[in-house]
Design a protein around this ligand. Structure first.
Ligand code: ADP
Ligand code: 5GP
Length: 202
């Protein structure tokens, strides 16, 4: 199952994803490729694959992405390789923007879509500034684009308002678990159970 998480920069997507990835088994993070500068606390291969614009464009040309987009002036994309390798092990969380989410929607019918909303515009501004990775212009650019991104919330299956962190984490975990139960009907585990009911009596 693909779990797509979108929302404005600073709404708390990474924080929420990190928390549920630590708490739910067989859940993996889809590591995107990006041309954005690496932040101090980020690790290549864990948070992103940091590559040059030239490498990114080569990957586009070779049709290596499931989806890609230009967000806040940088390239971001989910590679086919990443999805193929990790989706075979379990469920996969994709932290991607609204353009990428719409591309996934057209390709994966079973994917679920979750929108993360901050409690207010002002709180969003405070959180981006507090995170401290952006200069003034980058903060303003992200806030300006947030006004457009927020309009897309209705296109998503679920909406989480990330006000109180623990509550938001609980909601995200609940959605994933609920969705697993809903999609369980075609699983190998259920197939085995049903088969055990069909075995001939000795
Ligand atoms: P995103 O991945 O959506 O860009 P982050 O997860 O990096 O957002 O969160 C942005 C900042 O807001 C971080 O400093 C994070 O610690 C903080 N944050 C996230 N959720 C909350 C919350 N519920 N309350 C207060 N601060 C939060
Ligand atoms: P950030 O630079 O703050 O890590 O991420 C900026 C934006 O890019 C966020 O909205 C994030 O969801 C989005 N993003 C991250 N990876 C991808 C990706 O692979 N594809 C798309 N379309 N967006 C992505």
């Amino acid at each position: 199952m693909l779990i797509v998480v979108s929302g404005p920069s600073g709404s708390g997507k990474s924080t929420l994803c990190r928390k549920v990835l630590n708490n739910i088994e067989n859940l993996f993070f889809s590591v995107s490729h990006t041309t954005r500068e690496r932040r101090e606390n980020e690790i290549h291969g864990k948070d992103y694959y940091f590559i040059s614009e030239e490498q990114f464009k080569k990957m586009i040309k070779n049709n290596e992405f499931v989806e890609w987009a230009i967000v806040y002036g940088n390239y971001y994309g989910t590679s086919k390789k990443e999805i193929e390798e990790k989706a075979s092990k379990g469920d996969l969380i994709l932290d991607i923007d609204v353009q990428g989410a719409s591309q996934i929607k057209s390709k994966f019918q079973d994917a679920i879509f979750i929108f993360i909303m901050p409690p207010s515009f002002e709180e969003l501004r405070k959180r981006i500034i507090k995170r401290g990775d952006e200069d003034f212009f980058s903060v303003e650019k992200r806030l300006k684009i947030a006004k457009e991104e927020i309009k897309h919330y209705r296109e998503y299956d679920y909406l989480i308002i990330n006000n109180e962190l623990n509550k938001a984490v609980e909601e995200l975990a609940s959605i994933i678990i609920t969705q697993r139960c809903a999609q369980r009907k075609d699983s190998i585990e259920v197939k085995r159970i049903i088969e055990s009911f069909c075995e001939k009596e000795k």
